[in-house]
Design a protein around this ligand. Structure first.
Ligand code: G
Ligand code: G
Ligand code: MN
Ligand code: NA
Length: 252
């Protein structure tokens, strides 16, 4: 099985799809967002997880095109949900390091929003610490332009990247996503780390979401500490389109 060869054919062959993992506002219990997660449905191999092909796509230059497909598909679907009254929240899209690096990123996203008719405030771009700070002024410029359009930017896997806190005051960030690693309550200091990230987010006027919430205990702790939102298997796994649409309708 030559993954690189198959990957090149996969985009033309419509083998990619998005799954959607709902995000809940803790206080209201409402679904306020969902994260789009890329899936490769290989005709013979079945689902191939993104961890296995995204690094390859980054290396062989395909990630830009694939990432654009993800952005367009996510915006198109969210606009459709909004127009049909199925769902009114935002959609989170993961950006790879290479996508973030493109000088024309903001322009491309602006075009995708115009094309699909989705209003910018319903798109959230998830970037990692490492991808953001290992880069230059170009990234900062793109993020500023995107913010001016009304697009939200969140830091994904927060707390695990190789980074400094300096960029939090420089970059226009709307939300921190606490990495699921810190949900392990039995690990010493994790609770203290989570508390500190929540406090820091709020003092910097950012929202904060906990990822990888798997138990009631974790939810109770996050609620007590005033975390804004939660995402994880305790509520929902990433869902295929049909299931996500049904859930949204029924959750209204
Ligand atoms: O469910 P999960 O196995 O989807 O995701 C594994 C990893 O792949 C996560 O780190 C996630 O951020 C990443 N990922 C999922 N979808 C995308 C995507 O569309 N673009 C990028 N760059 N990363 C993605
Ligand atoms: O890296 P990023 O946060 O973008 O990707 C989210 C990853 O976490 C995806 O692979 C998704 O399937 C996975 N995920 C989502 N909820 C949970 C959870 O509650 N527990 C675990 N272990 N993984 C989760
Ligand atoms: Mn993510
Ligand atoms: Na994460």
């Amino acid at each position: 099985f030559n993954m690189e060869f198959s990957l090149r054919k996969a985009l033309k062959g419509n083998q990619f799809e998005l799954h959607y993992q709902p995000q809940k506002d803790i206080k209201s219990g409402n679904i306020v967002g969902c994260e789009a997660l890329l899936r490769w449905k290989h005709p013979d191999k079945g689902y191939i997880p993104p961890d296995r092909f995204i690094p390859l796509a980054e290396k062989n230059g395909m990630m830009i095109e694939l990432g654009e497909w993800v952005l367009r598909e996510a915006c198109r679907q969210n606009k459709k949900w909004h127009s049909t009254g199925t769902y009114r929240g935002l959609i989170g899209v993961n950006l790879s390091a290479r996508q973030l690096h493109q000088p024309e990123l903001a322009e491309k996203i602006k075009n995708i929003l115009e094309e699909t008719g989705l209003s910018a405030e319903y798109l959230e771009l998830e970037i990692t610490e490492s991808a953001a700070i290992s880069q230059n002024n170009e990234v900062l410029n793109s993020l500023k332009q995107l913010r001016e359009l009304g697009v939200h930017v969140s830091i994904d896997d927060f707390g695990t990247g190789y980074s400094s806190l300096k960029y939090l005051s420089i970059f226009p960030i709307s939300k921190l996503k606490i990495d699921k690693l810190f949900m392990k309550q039995e690990v010493q200091n994790n609770q203290a780390i989570v508390k500190s990230i929540i406090t820091m987010s709020h003092s910097m006027e950012m929202k904060v979401i906990a990822e990888g919430v798997e138990t009631e205990e974790q939810l109770v702790f996050l609620e007590k500490e005033n975390c804004d939102e939660v995402q994880g298997y305790y509520f929902y796994k990433p869902l295929p389109l049909q299931e996500a649409s049904e859930l949204f309708l029924q959750a209204q």
